[in-house]
Design a protein around this ligand. Structure first.
Ligand SMILES: *Cc1c(COP(=O)(O)O)cnc(C)c1O
Length: 369
């Protein structure tokens, strides 16, 4: 039994993907399973997403795309984060869709195709305003003409055009509309050059949930498929999504301390009265944010307790109060039903729930439910 256990409800992922597909009925769904499926386990999460109807799986890193194929996934897979040095042969042979942000990368692909190493399936990435991946609008025409010439020669197949939003989690933010305008312009430019774009895709989770007008041909939700929508549901129903990850630990020790006793390094917590403290066997080496000391809560026997004092490397302490029934061996819920949410941890640690699940999940094996 490890110090911290992560359990993933893969049926929740299946249901969440199906719920998102229903919210985007005119679009296909690319389930984003990058970064070990946001800590949920790449392969089982990908299978769960397929069961929920994902048309595509999306991963940042080519190695993850290969891992999906190795695990037997024969559907559409898209990968987008690499430079010209990426060894594309394996990706092309295995029919993985590739993003292109620059003439460098496109040039490598064309070379590979000329040498008979396969015909890459390409999605052109446009920087409509994020300032991250993608060809700048000003250089799009040049990239498109290179791509369309290569397509005419039968060296590549242009499948899609895509972009990514900077402020989708602030639905009224003016950049959402300005990026959408640029994206439409990019699509128009492509059609003006007789480049047929089968799949235009822009929407991450927040945009999928808040802007049905921007679903285009495919939506690309990530965090929402794990049940953690980045925007509030105006109807208070979490958009019908259910959080998939729970994180638990246990109490190694319960003991009494007198009032006025310092707790953990630096004595940042002082017992206010004679009380019982519990020692939880998880610390920052397990992904428990050190910054959450004194702020985040955990649940034991259905009650919430704040972390008392500093989080240590392998452990932290909670003040169970003078009349606790908790005993050593009790389950401690850090995240999950009856306990805090990943969002609660994010608030306590000054970050976003994306980082919470990546960190807890990414560090250890998952058990499925
Ligand atoms: C991570 C990512 C997504 C998914 O974003 P969420 O906010 O998790 O829905 C979609 N597209 C790209 C390019 C990404 O990097």
């Amino acid at each position: 039994m490890s110090a911290l256990s992560v359990a993933v409800d893969y049926d929740a992922i299946t249901n969440n993907v199906a719920a998102l597909a229903a919210l985007a009925p005119t679009a296909k769904v690319m389930a984003v399973v990058k970064a070990d499926a946001y800590g949920h386990g790449l392969i089982p999460a990908a299978r769960a997403a397929r069961r929920g109807g994902a048309h595509f799986l999306g991963v940042a890193q080519p190695s993850e795309a290969i891992a999906l194929r190795d695990a037997g996934d024969e559907g559409n897979i898209f990968t987008w984060l690499y430079g010209p040095e990426v060894p594309i042969d394996d990706l092309v042979t295995r029919g993985i869709d590739l993003s292109v942000s620059s003439p460098d990368v496109l040039g490598e692909m064309i070379c590979a195709a000329r040498e008979g190493r396969g015909i890459p399936r390409v999605h052109i990435c446009v920087d409509t305003g994020l300032g991250r991946e993608g060809v700048p609008m000003a250089s799009l025409e040049a990239l498109l003409s290179l791509a369309s010439a290569a397509q005419d020669e039968g060296l590549i197949r242009i499948v899609g055009m895509w972009s990514h939003l900077a402020w989708a989690d602030k639905p009224g933010h003016p950049t959402v509309d300005s990026q959408a305008t640029n994206f439409r312009e990019a699509l128009l430019m492509a059609s003006g050059m007789d480049v047929d774009i089968e799949l235009a895709h822009l929407a991450n989770s927040a945009c999928t949930l808040t802007r049905p007008d921007l679903h285009f041909d495919m939506v690309r939700p990530g965090i929402a498929i794990y049940g953690l929508p980045p925007v509030e549901d105006p109807q208070g129903q979490n958009f019908g999504l259910v959080a998939a990850m729970s994180v638990t630990s246990s109490l190694a020790l319960v003991k009494e301390l007198p009032g006025g006793h310092g707790v953990s390094y630096g004595h940042e917590y002082i017992t206010p009265y004679p009380t019982s403290v519990g020692l939880v066997t998880a610390g920052y080496a397990d992904g428990v944010f050190r910054a959450a000391g004194g702020v985040a809560e955990v649940a034991v026997r259905g009650r919430r307790y704040p972390i008392a004092g500093r989080v240590c490397m392998d452990q932290f302490v909670i003040d169970l109060g003078p009349a606790t029934e908790a005993t050593a061996g009790d389950l401690v819920t850090l995240i999950g039903p009856g306990g805090p949410s990943a969002r609660d941890w994010a608030t306590a640690a000054g970050t976003i729930d994306y980082e919470i699940v990546c960190r807890f999940g990414g560090l250890r094996p998952k058990t499925g439910r």
